[in-house]
Design a binder for this molecule. Structure first.
Ligand code: NI
Length: 220
């Protein structure tokens, strides 16, 4: 009797194993197809984001990752490459920050010496000064992390037209953040000159920045 029950359970377990294997294969195929669709889109050579007339300006009062109070004027005379995100972000933020680091290394030194990369948090509750210091140290040596009070971050998000909001994830014990993902290239006067999307590669961004800086220098 016991043996028969065990057999039954065994068969059921085998069926479950087979079904989950089938489900896994179907899932893997869908994931591959999606990935493929994404790479296809990536190679479609889209036009740059039109930035002319976009009411985005570099205006902020924040604290850098060493605890110094800063404003947009702290970086006067420098072009800035700015990204908004949060240190708990599992995928997009670290990928984009690595991309910015790559852009910095791809740019010729005479261009990169005038580019300051900035990472501004949209999650000031968790991204305190020491958290930001630890996080930016994982990326480019020139990268500066900026945090602030809730109000300061809200004002900064508004100036850059950044969307970000807390999202409760029922699968996680802690909250996450939904946020827009653009890399902003601002000139030394805080005017928007370039805006890059997740699909734009480091090589593309570096080329575009070189072009922008070249045309700025060409102006008499
Ligand atoms: Ni993120």
């Amino acid at each position: 009797m016991t043996i028969r029950i065990n057999d039954k359970i065994k068969k059921r377990l085998q069926r479950i194993a087979l079904l989950s294997l089938a489900a896994f294969i179907v899932g893997a195929c869908i994931a591959l197809l999606e990935l493929h669709a994404q790479t296809t889109r990536l190679t479609n050579g889209d036009a740059p984001v039109p930035v002319a007339g976009m009411a985005i300006e570099s205006r902020f009062t924040l604290t850098d990752h060493t605890g110094q109070a800063v404003t947009q004027d702290t970086y006067k005379g420098q072009n800035t490459l700015i990204y908004f995100g949060f240190t708990y972000c599992p995928a997009i933020c670290p990928t984009e920050l690595r991309k910015i680091s790559e852009v910095m290394d791809l740019l010729p030194t005479d261009v990169s010496k005038n580019v300051q990369p900035l990472f501004i948090t949209v999650d000031p509750e968790r991204d305190t000064v020491p958290v930001m210091a630890g996080y930016v140290s994982l990326f480019h040596s020139k990268m500066i992390g900026l945090t602030g009070t809730m109000d300061q971050i809200t004002d900064t998000k508004n100036a850059f037209k950044v969307f970000a909001r807390k999202a409760e994830d029922p699968d996680l014990s802690d909250y996450t953040m939904d946020h827009s993902s653009y890399i902003y290239f601002m000139d030394e006067h805080g005017a928007l000159k370039g805006m890059y999307r997740i699909k734009d590669t480091a090589a593309y961004i570096a080329r575009d920045i070189e072009r922008i800086v070249g045309s700025m220098n060409a102006v008499p």
